[in-house]
Design a binder for this molecule. Structure first.
Ligand SMILES: [Zn+2]
Length: 94
């Protein structure tokens, strides 16, 4: 599962409307991807917070706006540590 896929499934994951197989994929992904873990955590906390305040859950319209914003932020995130680490040259003493 890629980050983009995870974000796309975020809503159903939080709502527990997801296949067990997919849930396993999400959990495996967030075990390795700090970025998605933060996004998921933030989103869950936001929804739980609203829940605690008495409303049962964020209204669907509001929620899709939230997820849309998350996706945007995610896709526009600065590129970090993807390919260009561990490329220290200069001291290859064989
Ligand atoms: Zn990810």
């Amino acid at each position: 599962m890629t980050c983009e896929e995870l974000i796309a499934h975020l809503s159903s994951y939080i709502d527990h409307e997801m296949d067990a197989a997919l849930v396993a994929e999400v959990q495996e992904h967030i075990a390795h991807c700090r970025n998605c873990r933060v996004v998921l955590d933030t989103t869950q906390r936001l929804i739980v917070l609203v829940h605690d305040e008495g409303r049962r859950i964020i209204p669907a319209s509001q929620r899709s706006a939230l997820f849309e914003r998350l996706q945007q932020a995610f896709l526009n995130r600065p590129q970090t540590q993807s390919q260009s680490d561990q490329h220290s040259s200069e001291d290859s003493a064989v």
